[in-house]
Write a protein that binds this ligand. Structure first.
Ligand SMILES: [Fe+2]
Length: 381
């Protein structure tokens, strides 16, 4: 069995209402100047937190300009604010975009490295500010992962920064914060989380420790995501999906994702398709390409998804793909690239872009060549 490094925040808190505990815990740490990176819809959720900070003598700035998938320009602006304000701590509270920016700001605002220096794996030299992350969507798992993704406007590619210094000091996952997430975002972010689990379990570098999180995450999300989508106020469904998303996040550091995410990034970079949406769309097509590489694993995926077939077989593995298509349909997500206004002529360039995501392609259980990438996009068209 190969050696595996498990790194996670010093403290992970999960449970309804734990964002209130966060406020108390944070105040007790003694930080005095905090930058809060979030998005406008979240502001009303953190009213009490801000009031408590003020009463405790904590100075804060709120940066709520990260609305879509963050660019280098968004990040550099946020770093500038952090420097001007001379922060001693950063709180990211929001979806994956807000969290990823918070993580990078915490690392880059007071060291001598620029974002261009740290793209890739292990290039960040450190982090000197306290970093807390509170997700308000159940999807990216960024609150426990060493990854942050930024759109580089110079070449329209989404690029990853992977570093142990990006793992937050603390993560508080409060499922109640997800109750007001709109249905379409619930659907796409939930499918992103499911993809994290599925791509970790079927990964070329899968590991038994992470398999436990991955399979349990697949079960939790497939059992509850449609309910959370249909009734956003279903606290039980929200809680289960949030837990599945946390498990998906735990898969990201030690094992990470594979072909679905690699093929999905060009849709975000060139056409600004949201991360969860592009993953959801491509997931069943990449499964169709991959499943013959391990009938055993894809049969187990199918069983975790709730397949009635029990034996390890091609039929069981294929049933998993059918269940995924079925879920996507129930979640009213697009199933074809043509439905999201991507021109067919774009497939060649998207395939070339996908080939640059070598850090994830290497994890795919079956090798994806540029011809394969074109074929998968064509199948999904
Ligand atoms: Fe993802």
């Amino acid at each position: 069995m190969k050696t595996i490094n498990l790194l996670s925040p010093k403290k992970v808190v999960f449970g309804n209402g734990c964002s209130e505990q966060f406020t108390k815990d944070f105040i007790s740490l003694g930080y005095k100047k905090v930058l809060i990176i979030t998005t406008p819809p979240i502001l009303q959720l953190i009213d009490n937190m801000l009031t408590s900070f003020k009463l405790s003598g904590i100075e804060y700035r709120v940066l709520d300009s990260i609305i879509n998938e963050p660019t280098k320009e968004d990040l550099n602006y946020s770093i500038k604010i952090a420097r001007e304000f001379k922060v001693d701590s950063i709180i990211g509270i929001g979806g994956g975009s807000a969290l990823d920016v918070a993580k990078l700001v915490a690392a880059l605002h007071n060291i001598n490295q620029k974002i261009e220096d740290v793209f890739g794996i292990g290039n960040l030299s450190g982090r000197n500010s306290f970093l807390a992350c509170l997700p308000t969507t159940a999807g990216t798992g960024s609150e426990v992962s060493p990854n942050a993704i930024i759109l580089d406007e110079t070449d329209n590619l989404k690029k990853g920064v992977i570093s142990e210094y990006l793992i937050p000091d603390v993560a508080y996952i409060d499922p109640l914060l997800t109750l007001s997430v709109p249905a379409n975002i619930t659907a796409s972010t939930g499918m992103d989380a499911l993809t994290h689990c599925l791509e970790a379990y079927t990964n070329k570098f899968a590991h038994p420790i992470i398999d436990m999180y991955a399979l349990e995450g697949i079960k939790l999300i497939s059992d509850n995501l449609v309910n959370a989508y249909l009734n956003g106020k279903d606290e039980n469904a929200r809680e289960q999906v949030a837990l599945g998303s946390l498990f998906g996040g735990m898969c990201l550091g030690p094992v990470n994702t594979a072909g679905v995410h690699a093929l999905s990034y060009p849709l975000g970079g060139e056409y600004h398709i949201a991360h969860g949406l592009s993953n959801a769309l491509l997931l069943p097509y990449v499964m169709q390409f991959n499943y013959s590489s391990s009938i055993n694993k894809y049969s187990n995926v199918a069983k975790a998804l709730g397949s009635q077939y029990m034996e390890v077989s091609e039929i069981t593995a294929e049933d998993g793909i059918r269940i995924i298509f079925n879920m996507i349909e129930k979640l009213d997500l697009p199933t074809r690239l043509s439905q999201i206004d991507i021109p067919k002529e774009a497939i060649d360039k998207m395939s070339e872009s996908a080939m640059t995501v070598t850090r994830l392609l290497k994890n795919n259980p079956r090798e994806i060549t540029i011809t394969d990438a074109k074929n998968i996009y064509m199948m999904a068209y």
